[in-house]
Write a protein that binds this ligand. Structure first.
Ligand SMILES: Nc1nc2c(ncn2[C@@H]2O[C@H](COP(=O)(O)OP(=O)(O)O)[C@@H](O)[C@H]2O)c(=O)[nH]1
Ligand SMILES: [Mg+2]
Length: 406
């Protein structure tokens, strides 16, 4: 086993995350954060047909480019001067409010492809037209095609049929009604990731198909936890590929976290065991374990993940305290098959949905929530540390239909 250590474990450069705006939350902070299929044995996640040609996921993020922590201009907006603010803006916004607005803006922009698909579809159906059977059928088809699921499609259309049949309905009304219904459906799965610091280290096992964003999500979480002063250890459990190990080492360096590694091809369960033992000896707060997403076949991958869980339990019967499934929104309905398999094989406790930016398939979160009810901890709308935030039902629902989050 090799322990990779950052040479000078000083504070991580970059914006300080505060409790209100990160995907992380400790148990002391009981307030919900205001502000995170196996398709077939092993192919890479399908990319939607209408997506812009995506760059192949590089094995190693290039510093300062794809993988770099993006600067966050909205964080730099100065707070209004107290006296002027008192006169000009009685309800002066705090930096946290402004920061939150900044996130909502980015969420809405990030989800523009999903929302324009819906908005254009709804406009086309309802522009100067009565709500007749044909319009309802078209709406139902549109909602199903937007990956939201049959359940919500029929509920929304039935509600409109009951209340507005044969009347003229403005497209905005339909969008608002849809946002309400989406929010109602996804609210039960809105559960921030709670780290219980009495379980030292709190062990988070990160699983998912290759390319969904596991390693990047670990890096984002590591960064956010570090910024809050926690001692974080990373375990490079994607021992299947040398690049997988290296990628996490680079992130460890950038985030100032120790990384436990073994050479490529080593037993990932052995590595996870070592990492937990070490994190424990060192009194670390959080252990994030990366895993491979693609082995020779599905049985291999699941066997390895189950073995990791078994060996962790030898050291701590309650570990892993969290099994985080990372799903890529661009894979659309494939995400369902992935949720099903990982849930059955390793017992997923929560989901992080990545890449909601730049996909027209952001509606898949709705059907996932409805079908599985697995907590959705956080969503990702980009590659920077600040692009991972707690999942907020209403903000998501309104962004999905192109409305300003409240
Ligand atoms: N646009 C976007 N890209 C992301 C997001 N999360 C991860 N990625 C990118 O997805 C690619 C694969 O990520 P990686 O973490 O290596 O996936 P892994 O194989 O599951 O570990 C990388 O290029 C990441 O930068 C996100 O929320 N939005
Ligand atoms: Mg990886």
């Amino acid at each position: 086993m090799r322990l990779w250590r950052r040479s000078s474990p000083g504070p991580v450069p970059g914006p300080q995350a505060d409790a209100a705006d990160t995907a992380v939350e400790e148990v002391e902070n009981q307030q919900p954060s205001r502000d995170s299929a196996l398709e077939t044995p092993d192919p890479a996640p399908a990319v939607e047909d209408d997506a812009p040609p995506a760059a192949p996921a590089p094995d190693l993020p290039e510093a300062g480019e794809r993988g770099g922590w993006s600067p966050t201009p909205w964080r730099g907006v100065p707070a209004p001067e107290p006296e002027r603010a008192a006169i000009a803006q009685p309800a002066a916004q705090t930096p946290a409010d402004m920061e939150r607005k900044g996130w909502f803006g980015r969420l809405r922009t990030g989800m523009a492809r999903s929302s324009s698909r819906l908005t254009e579809g709804i406009n086309a159906i309802f522009n100067r037209r009565r709500l007749d059977e044909e319009a309802l059928l078209e709406l139902e088809e549109l909602l199903i095609a937007s990956d939201m699921g049959v359940g919500i499609a029929s509920e929304v259309t039935q509600a409109l049929r009951r209340t507005r049949f044969n009347q003229e309905v403005a497209p905005e009304e339909v969008r608002a009604a849809l946002a309400e219904e989406v929010a109602r459906l996804v609210e039960p799965v809105m559960k921030p990731l709670r780290v219980e610091l009495d379980r030292k280290p709190f062990v988070i096992l990160v699983v998912g198909v290759n390319g969904t964003g596991k390693t990047t999500t670990i890096a984002k979480l590591a960064r956010q936890y570090r910024d809050r002063g926690h001692d974080v250890v990373l375990a490079a459990g994607d021992t299947f590929r040398a690049a997988g190990v290296e990628q996490l080492q680079i992130w460890g360096e950038r985030t100032g976290c120790r990384v436990v590694t073994r050479p490529a091809g080593s037993d990932a369960a052995g590595l996870a065991y070592d990492a937990l033992e070490q994190a424990r000896c060192e009194g670390s707060d959080i252990l994030l374990i990366d895993t491979a997403g693609r082995l020779h076949n599905k049985a291999n991958l699941m066997g390895e993940l189950q073995k990791i869980v078994r060996v962790l339990k030898k050291l701590d019967p309650r570990a892993p305290h969290c099994v985080l499934l990372v799903l890529d929104a661009t894979t659309g309905q494939n995400a369902h098959a992935q949720a099903e398999i990982f849930r059955e094989m390793v017992g997923v406790t929560g989901i992080v949905m990545t890449k909601l930016d730049g996909t027209a398939r952001g509606g898949v979160l709705v059907s996932l929530a409805e079908k599985y009810g697995i907590p959705i901890h956080a969503i990702g709308i980009g590659e920077g540390a600040d692009d991972l935030r707690p999942f907020e039902a209403r903000a998501y629902a309104r962004s999905l239909v192109g409305l300003e989050p409240e």
